[in-house]
Design a protein around this ligand. Structure first.
Ligand code: MG
Length: 382
């Protein structure tokens, strides 16, 4: 069979017919691979559509040009597919993982997640990454025969980027690698890194657009400064808008190129014959070079200090935390305030154990979009 996308796959790429399978067995899809089916299920999910109205860094209503969780996820998927193709990995599996990786985010980004986690401390906590898995495994209601989307092991493995040992023990085969300290498959390793590539670069862009970052400060970062000098030398007098895009594009090209080159080097040294050889290897095979990794982490720290902890962002985060905290206690103090349909499908009422009641509140609240959370918050104000 010539021209089939799988012809270009390397021996160590994940292959749908070698998948460890789904939790509930289903007939093979007729015109798609199992990973295409996973990707399509993710795109059709309710949780995916809600990403449109969820904060990445800037609250959804602050401006129409800022990234939302949805556009972030699309950028992650786009970069992921490019790298997957270059490395001969499974492009569709990479895309599926990238599109699903943030499904479990609360409204208002990390501020929302931290507030909800604080509210849930006595009830098992809340972690957005674990929640992404919970959405695809349990919370989506699409099928007559099972809860969730019944995705393949490989997609679920990629979604679960990190996990405590306590939670890993509850997750069976999927949690095993956190107990064995082995690694996930190559597409999962890739999706994890391209997430960071996407947010580092679009947050530079959004931060400049918002006027919270300034170019002189950014020039302390080698990843920014090198292309900045290139662009200003070649195009003197360029408008700030075009300058920003020219620099950002070169930044992404540079780091993506580094990721591809370094991963190829590591593959050549290891000679993996199967995706499991990559899982079993003690260090990651899909990786940045040491120098780029260091510069990448420095940019991440820079953004933490100058953008995510910027006083204007902190004010927004404090307001978001107050909204989440208020809503949590509103629903937790009387479970019957959670919409009936949401409670009934889980069989939760006022007599149910507190632990299950609180998990229901966390599921309900974390599924809210920013604007729905805001409007519920305003409704319940005395
Ligand atoms: Mg992300």
């Amino acid at each position: 069979m010539t021209g089939h996308p799988e012809d270009a796959l390397k021996s160590y790429a994940s292959r749908p017919h070698l998948s460890r399978g789904r939790r509930f067995s289903e007939p093979d899809p007729s015109e798609r691979t199992d990973f295409q089916r996973d990707r399509d299920r993710i795109v059709h999910s309710n949780a995916f559509r809600r990403l449109m109205y969820k904060t990445q860094v800037f609250v959804n209503h602050e401006g129409d040009h800022y990234r939302t969780r949805l556009t972030h996820s699309l950028e992650v998927a786009q970069i992921g597919r490019t790298v997957a193709l270059a490395l001969g990995l499974n492009e569709t599996l990479t895309e599926a993982i990238c599109l699903a990786h943030d499904l479990g985010h609360t409204p208002f980004g990390h501020a929302g997640q931290d507030a909800l986690n604080a509210c849930m401390q006595a009830h098992g906590g809340f972690e957005h990454n674990l929640q992404s898995l919970r959405i695809v495994d349990e919370l989506e209601e699409k099928y007559a025969q099972f809860d969730g989307l019944n995705l393949t092991f490989e997609t679920r493995e990629g979604i679960l980027k990190h996990c405590s040992k306590r939670n890993a023990r509850l997750l069976g085969a999927l949690g095993q690698r956190f107990l064995d300290r082995t690694r996930p498959g190559p597409e999962a390793q890739l999706a994890d890194l391209v997430d960071a590539i996407a947010y580092n670069h679009h947050d530079v862009d959004d931060g400049l657009r918002a006027g919270l970052l300034d170019i002189d400060a950014l020039r302390t970062q080698p990843l920014f400064d090198v292309p900045y000098r290139e662009v200003t030398a070649r195009y003197p007098g360029l408008s700030r808008r075009r300058l920003t895009y020219e620099v950002k594009r070169r930044m992404i090209n540079h780091i993506v190129g580094d990721l591809i080159d370094e991963s190829r080097r590591r593959v050549a040294a290891l000679e993996p014959r199967h995706a499991d050889d990559i899982r079993a290897h003690e260090v990651r095979v899909i990786a940045f070079s040491a120098a780029t990794e260091e510069a990448h982490l420095a940019l991440k720290r820079f953004l933490m200090e100058h953008l995510y902890r910027h006083p204007d962002v902190v004010v927004m985060q404090q307001q978001a935390a107050e909204v989440v905290d208020t809503l949590f206690h509103y629903f937790a103090s009387d479970i019957l305030r959670v919409p009936q349909a949401f409670r009934e499908r889980r069989g939760v009422d006022a007599e149910t154990q507190e632990y299950e009641q609180m998990r229901l509140v966390a599921d309900y609240l974390s599924g809210m979009t920013d604007r729905f959370a805001m409007s519920r918050f305003e409704q319940i104000q005395p």
